[in-house]
Ligand binder design. Structure first.
Ligand code: CAA
Length: 692
């Protein structure tokens, strides 16, 4: 099949790119386009040209798999230059997504007709690179500097209406975009309107402060990342010098960034998410339709989960035994949507539709026509088992039950039920309607249909859904528990919360361990600790700093004090009372505190997680290292530009990690530090988690 074909109808030539899955500008597309445009320009019968795409989308960018490999001719900028130089008007017909090189290609066309549902963007910075084919100098000529920087450095795509308003689109199409683009070209010819080359438009003059402000903004929003700042550099150059010079400069910066460790990590993250959300052996075709869902338990989690369904257009029956809790949940949902309308995020019609799709009830009986019910009651095995039995009693035999738990054993929860094959875990993260991550849990008896349904449902809910096995804390919380343990041990040994948190933030986490604890509520962490006291080691049980802080009534942000103190605006400050409490705790327990280096803090935090990740892989609780990376990137704020914990482990090397784990074992004992068999094997054989 040819990647690019060209057909003449009347005096308009349609050049069509057909290169599944996303019409990426791989070498075959670039060469085909160049040949087609040269032919069209030289052909007397052609008076105008339309560039369109077959399949689900316009060009979604460069072929990311080609990055880091030797470039193949022709370069995209050469193709775009040929298009823009055409003396015959060229119109892009955009549907689906025009992203990266795809938008650069469209910006090189003289006009753009855009399907009303399409998205346009320069997401290169999310891959650690910058637009390398004139995207920034062209976009700022069309849309102005602010919009160009928001799109390129911020990496956020815009919709069709915004593109029209910004001058990036010339017309919107409601249905057949290719036909609309041909009609647009015919109108141009009829009106005698010729080409309009973006490169010939003037660049907006701009004060240096605008760029300085942009730099500061992207430093704050994209901490530690190189590409957004490089986008600002290219914008500065685009205003200060000629179009040709700024394109050449952008290309040079692209080349420098494309092989950088950040770009490698971000490319890994992109493909890891696509691998992780498609577990082997669970084709989407096996998924049962979910036309109506139930949620049982209207606390914080249940309320958030109900909103996930409503937001995806799935009607929900929300069951709660306590009338007051139910009323408060309905009020929270109503308030959230009222706020969304006020902020222009949804229309009033959508708000009404969502309100109509919610059935709050004190009875189980209305669940009878639901296709899937999520149980979201208190995290207690006995209570959950009772509720699950009541749900099953009221459901159709083919309906599925998902239990939302962060730690409990799905198999034990399903054991008493008549149809355990219909039971799966869906571990949502709080706030459930906002957090992207969903850990779907495979029980020993869960049917392939049940599992395929939760995966497909995750995608429909807009989540990044990763399938994991049964284990205490599944994948994310199990690894976090290891990091948490080390953080508390380090407080006893000599560190303070602000030092640990600073080290984690400098690594790139949005917040440190103790800031996170304060946000989630120390009473939650304390209750969790109490429920496991009988399973803790002697040292963990004795490490009671948290108990003392909670006993002082400091429950975190919600009480204005936890590991830190907070003012009315929740601004955090270090509290000397906490440093004192920690020092006195150590004295009382006969521990001699020492200075702990930042390097030690980082190693202990990361290697504890990586080692647990290696155990999780060895046990098959996660099927692939990509699954673990995806979980940490989407649920726990692991810096995306470091690729995830297992990718990061490969950068350090298994031999070094094993050596440091042995070092910490010599200090704290093998109970806490024993290299996982997988890491030992990698250290021995020179292996890695990800193929190099
Ligand atoms: N290169 C290579 N493969 C790509 C790709 C790309 N740019 N974009 C998507 N794919 C692949 C995916 O890996 C996936 O493959 P598998 O089915 O084998 O897993 C397949 O296409 C479908 O992708 P999705 O599952 O993501 O499908 P979707 O419908 O949910 O989303 C999309 C489609 C919006 C286009 C999304 O894939 C996307 O955002 N892609 C990346 C777009 C991007 O970042 N473009 C900029 C690239 S950089 C650039 O363009 C710079 C330059 O020119 C020099």
């Amino acid at each position: 099949m040819q990647a690019v074909t060209s057909t003449l109808s009347g005096n308009i030539r349609a050049i069509v790119i057909d290169h599944p899955p996303v019409n990426a500008t791989s070498q075959a597309v670039r060469a085909g386009l160049l040949q087609a445009i040269e032919q069209a320009v030289g052909d007397d019968e052609t008076q105008a040209i339309v560039i369109a795409c077959a399949g689900a989308t316009f060009v979604a960018g460069a072929d990311i798999k080609e990055f880091g490999k030797p470039p193949l001719d022709p370069h995209l900028s050469e193709v775009i230059h040929a298009i823009e130089s055409s003396a015959k008007p060229v119109v892009a017909a955009i549907h689906g997504s025009a992203l990266g090189g795809g938008l650069e290609l469209a910006l090189g066309c003289h006009y753009r007709v855009v399907d009303a549902q399409a998205r346009l963007g320069l997401p290169e910075s999310t891959l650690g690179i910058i637009p390398g084919a004139g995207g920034i100098p062209r976009l700022l000529r069309l849309a102005g500097i602010d919009k160009a920087l928001d799109m390129a450095a911020g990496g956020k795509p815009i919709g069709a209406a915004e593109a029209l308003e910004a001058g990036v689109a010339d017309a919107l199409a409601q249905d057949d975009v290719r036909a609309a683009a041909i009609a647009f070209a015919q109108r141009l010819l009829a009106q005698g309107q010729g080409v309009r080359r973006t490169r010939e438009l003037p660049a907006q003059a701009c004060e240096p402060q605008v760029f300085e402000a942009a730099r500061a903004r992207f430093q704050a929003s994209h901490r530690g990342q190189l590409a957004p700042q490089a986008c600002v550099d290219v914008a500065v150059r685009s205003v200060a010098s000629s179009f040709e010079d700024s394109v050449a400069y952008g290309r040079e910066r692209f080349r420098e960034l494309v092989t950088s460790p950040q770009a490698q990590a971000l490319r890994h993250a992109f493909f890891a998410e696509r691998v992780a959300t498609k577990p082997a052996g669970l084709p989407a075709e096996d998924a049962a339709p979910v036309r109506k869902a139930g949620v049982v338990g209207a606390g914080t989690m249940g309320t958030g989960i109900a909103m996930c369904f409503l937001n995806a257009g799935i009607p929900v029956v929300l069951v709660e035994q306590n009338e007051k809790v139910l009323a408060s949940s309905v009020e929270t949902i109503g308030k959230t949507y009222r706020n969304d309308v006020a902020k222009g995020r949804i229309t009033e019609a959508t708000q009404r539709a969502r309100g109509d799709a919610l059935t709050p009830t004190l009875q189980y009986e209305p669940l009878r026509d639901c296709d899937l019910v999520v149980e979201a009651v208190f995290e207690d095995m006995g209570i959950k088992r009772q509720v699950l039995a009541s749900i099953e009693e009221n459901l159709r035999p083919d309906a599925l039950i998902a239990t939302n738990t962060s730690f409990l054993d799905i198999d034990a929860l399903a054991a008493g039920l008549r149809r355990p094959e219909n039971v799966v875990g869906m571990h949502f993260f709080s706030p459930a309607h906002i957090m992207k991550l969903l850990e779907n849990v495979r029980g020993a008896r869960s049917s392939p249909r049940a599992l395929a349904t939760t995966q497909a449902l995750g995608k429909r809910l807009g989540k990044v859904a990763v399938m994991v096995g049964v284990s205490d804390g599944f994948v994310g919380n199990r690894m976090l528990a290891r990091r948490t343990r080390e953080c508390y041990f380090m407080l006893e040994e000599g560190a303070l919360p602000e030092q640990v948190d600073r080290v984690l933030c400098e690594f790139g986490f949005p917040m440190g361990q103790f800031q996170l604890n304060d946000l989630a509520g120390l009473d939650v962490a304390w209750r969790n600790r109490q429920s496991r006291l009988d399973r803790l080691s002697e040292r963990e049980a004795a490490c009671n700093i948290l108990d003392e802080i909670v006993a002082a009534g400091r429950l975190g942000q919600k009480t204005g004090a936890g590991f830190y103190t907070y003012d009315a605006q929740r601004k955090r400050s270090v509290d000397p009372a906490i440093s004192e409490l920690i020092v006195r705790n150590a004295e009382r327990r006969g521990i001699t505190r020492r200075a702990i280096s930042d390097d030690e803090i980082l190693e202990r935090c990361l290697y504890a997680m990586i080692n647990e990740g290696a155990l999780i892989l060895g046990e098959g609780v996660a099927s692939r290292p990509e699954d673990i990376d995806t979980i940490w990137l989407n649920g726990y704020g692991f810096p995306r530009w470091r690729g995830g914990p297992m990718f990061h482990a490969d950068q350090i090397g298994a031999a070094r990690i094993c050596e440091r784990i042995r070092h910490y074992a010599s200090q704290a004992g093998e109970l806490y530090w024993t290299p996982a068999p997988l890491l030992l094997a990698q250290a021995r054989d020179g292996g890695a988690f990800h193929a190099r």
